[in-house]
Ligand binder design. Sequence first.
Ligand code: M6R
Length: 604
Amino acid sequence: MCGIVGFVGYEGDALPFLLEGLKRLEYRGYDSAGIALAQPGRIAVSKAQGKLAVLEQSLQSMPQGIPCGIGHTRWATHGRPTDENAHPHTDCQGVIAVAHNGIIENFQELRDELEASGHQFRSETDTEVIPHLLEVYGGADDLVAAVRQAEKRLKGAYAFLAISAQKPDIIVAVRRSSPLVVGLGEGVNYVASDVSAFLAHTRQAQVLENGDLAVISPGRIQVTDAHGHKRNPKTLTVDWDIRQAERGGYEHFMLKEIMEQPDVWSDCLLSRIHEDKVVVGEMGLTAKLLEGIHRIQVVAAGTAYHAGLVGKALIERLARVPVDVSVASEFRYQEPVLDPGTLVMAISQSGETADTLASMHMAQDEGFPVYSIVNTVGSTLARDSNYVGYTHAGPEIAVASTKAYTTQLLVLTMVALALAENRGRARPDLVRSLLALPKAGQKVLEDLEHIQEMAARLAEHSDVFYIGRGIDYALAMEGQLKIKEIAYIHAEAYAAGEMKHGTLALIEEGTPVVAIVTERAVAEKSISNILEVKARGAEVWAILDNKLGRRVPVDHVLPVPVPDPLLVPVLAALPLQLLAYWTAVTRGQDVDQPRNLAKSVTVE
Ligand code: M6R
């Protein structure tokens, strides 16, 4: 996720503050960085691919003692991580600079229009349309009016800061979804993606709301809302320490990443649904490719493999296209038989998992196209695959995958719906319902406040079974991996109907079982399996379709709404993740950095 920082003072030097602020935002993940300073008549810009240490070297040639500037750490979404694509971006004359976080959905159409009228673009980014639009609307002379005009043309979820060489004593800040906070100093004001960037200088902050436009000058903050009405944001005193601030006040990155999922889902869905249809081009696919697919072979590891199992059910049920799912470390040595018309689908958060990369290259060597579902732009998987669909989850810092998993599920759902549409099996009702998931997810998270007590009870055990049928079984596999990796509890996922063929012998008084029942077509069967383990003394935690109410005699109920069983996996993942998280916390484990594990597994 990109980081933005700004400094405007009556006097002083913005440069050291901007660099320090960017360092504080490093935890968000980035692949390039840059700084722009507003001098009278000229904007000085320095930017570089790679870490801040690389940028730091080029800052020696920047003017010193300039009290107005903006900085940015970029996590690539549109365009590779390169010097040219790093922010800030400027207009043709080099008198306006912009740093931006989020996505400008209609950037291509704006870019075509601006290029047609003579504007010269220097990057592949969506961001660069903003300074050129500001130029069109006279931003060099009246930056505030130009931002207001330009804003009307932009679609998407974003935040940006703009500065101008003709007015080097203000920063104009716009928030449309991506967060921005203003820090209040003495004769100087700050603005950043989060408070950690300026906490060493001030604890007084004003949070901008969605739709706000703020004109930040050294002695004054003027905020107007989406309708242009004046707004007086409350000034807060932030009492977090810097580490806490980086985590948005949460104790661990994992909890932050779980809780931000509804917002992340909105980013993932953004621009991909139009008039009850999936926009195939926005998924990195083409109609021709979809038409030629006779079979899909998924390759992935860990959590991404579990996402593939859910994807198999969705694609087979909606589009009737057969799907095989393989663990990448097995696939690469299996001498797999791939039929003509097979699309290989590689799923990965990091895009650097060695086994997944090897599987992709092997398939390509045999002439099969690869579509990757990946989170990290510029990763090897994204670069080397033939087609790419990004999950847009932002950087995932905790080793345990949470938001990357649920966005993989969303992308797989959209792929399944696009394939279904392509085969004359369109489901506009489901496409429409996808847009309601972020709101439903927010409600599920709010309703799970009591989950800590349930987790405390689970934390007393050293073995646990996870059971379910169909998609619920695939979810059970992800649930058991989560609790193993962060709570260090031995866990096993079982197809609920398979227990009686041997494993039921292990159920005795007090054996913990987590059961998932959201698949309506087999709910009665799953309930029977729950009764079988209950009859043998199991203590059952159940993630239940909330329509089942109190009918299922379990010990701990975690209800989830089921808009449609095919859309519920992202919602049901939330209690699974939180149950594992709070169990690990109760057991005092290092949640974000579990023992023996790495975030990116680049070895075999
Ligand atoms: O980066 P990838 O998605 O390719 O990583 C695959 C697995 O290593 C990863 O999902 C791992 O299982 C997670 N730690 C699970 O939470």
